[in-house]
Design a protein around this ligand. Structure first.
Ligand SMILES: *Cc1c(COP(=O)(O)O)cnc(C)c1O
Length: 387
């Protein structure tokens, strides 16, 4: 195969390396608790760190290894690890790379459960954390204790796009590592490792699954030492993923870039149209001028997820907005995203991060695979009650 092939091709080409001489284009599900060894010598010499060996069901089956190879290839790195959720990928990175007395820098708009992980690490293990403003590089204050800078770009509710490369340069100068929650970019829209990330985590629960039916996370890295630290933590925690769930993701992967780009186009059309609505103060979509960090998005990203937020005019009350989203017929109320169905979540002021600076209230939209004109009509009828 040519060395530099596009993601589109990588996603589609079959991986026969664990199929023996049965070369089906379909992915099979290999399950195991026990795997057996050919000899006492092989049993004693087993090495769970070796990706070419199978030693126990929890530590990998051909199915989970195929998915790991695919995800590593998409990110253009050597290593991928699967976890039972995106959140467990986040907590695994923090547990593996931080110890008592260390400090981690987190963006103030971080995915809220990740902040809870940091608080837990502080209370239980004395790992400190400090917040920085993702839109202001001068707010990044590194001390001798800082071992990790966490990046999430864009923020998953207020959509600020931070400068990954600038953050990575600061981290590098101080010997700290950079981990990015790249769920929004999904391995498609941002070359995270080229821009200096050491570790990337993604919730495969979102676009890679595409079915609203699997929870899974992954961690990718090019660094052997970091990979071994992460692997050791995963093995210590005794967590693993079901081969059936891996198979669901493997089945969706060949089409996920297509879905991502089609939904990107639809979401940009809707987001752009919404900027003109009289009830709307601002549309927070990285590809729209005026959205925080839009210039960084234009420079670094090649596409956008179909997840964006709308800030309403300050005089529109929570109860009006709640009524409005309830009257949407095609958008359903629910967390997570990445599936076929469009979703909406109204956030209250109390649910927003401490540095939320908009006067009006925010609603997050996820654009699914429905017809764009139908979605726009639905929004139009629901928003009419806001005027
Ligand atoms: C959904 C999400 C996660 C968590 O993933 P789960 O699989 O739901 O645990 C983490 N980060 C971001 C940005 C997300 O959107």
């Amino acid at each position: 195969m040519p060395k530099k092939i596009s993601i589109k091709t990588k996603l589609v080409q079959p991986d026969f390396s664990s199929h023996g001489n049965f070369k089906s284009l379909a992915d099979s599900v290999e399950r195991a608790s026990t795997v057996v060894f050919d000899s006492v010598e092989k049993l004693r010499q087993r090495d769970w760190r070796d990706k070419n060996q199978y030693t126990y069901g929890l530590l990998g089956t051909p199915t989970s290894r195929r998915l790991e190879r695919q995800l590593a290839a998409i990110d253009g790195v050597e290593h991928a690890l699967l976890l039972p959720s995106g959140l467990s990928a986040i907590s695994t990175v923090m547990l593996a790379l931080l110890k008592s007395g260390d400090s981690v820098l987190l963006p103030s708009n971080i995915y809220a459960p990740a902040l809870e992980v940091a608080k837990y690490m502080q209370n239980q293990y004395g790992v400190e954390f400090a917040l920085y403003d993702p839109m202001n590089i001068d707010s990044v204050v590194i001390t001798a204790k800082t071992k990790l800078i966490w990046v999430e770009t864009p923020g998953s509710v207020t959509m600020e796009v931070s400068d990954l490369n600038a953050l990575a340069k600061i981290a590098y100068q101080h010997g700290a590592l950079v981990a990015i929650d790249a769920t929004w970019a999904a391995g498609i829209a941002l070359p995270v490792f080229e821009l200096g990330a050491d570790i990337s985590i993604q919730a495969l629960t979102k676009y890679q699954s595409g079915g609203s039916d699997v929870m899974m996370g992954c961690i990718t890295t090019a660094n052997d030492k970091i990979y071994n630290q992460l692997l050791e933590t995963v093995v210590t925690l005794g967590v693993g993923v079901s081969p059936e769930d891996c198979r669901l993701i493997l089945r969706s992967l060949p089409h996920y870039a297509l879905r991502y780009h089609a939904q990107d186009k639809a979401a940009r059309q809707i987001a752009t149209w919404l900027t003109q609505h009289p009830a709307v103060d601002q549309v927070l979509h990285p590809a729209i001028a005026g959205s925080p960090g839009h210039h960084v998005w234009s420079r670094d990203f090649t596409a956008a997820a179909s997840l964006f937020s709308v800030v309403f005019k300050a005089n529109i009350s929570q109860s009006k907005i709640d009524q409005c989203v309830e009257s949407l017929a095609l958008f359903h109320l629910g967390f997570s995203w990445g599936g076929a169905v469009s979703l909406v979540v109204p956030f209250t002021r109390n649910q927003m991060h401490a540095t939320y600076s908009y006067e009006g209230l925010l609603v997050r939209f996820y654009i699914g695979l429905e017809d764009v004109d139908d979605l726009m009509l639905d929004i139009k009828q629901a928003f009419s009650m806001l005027q």
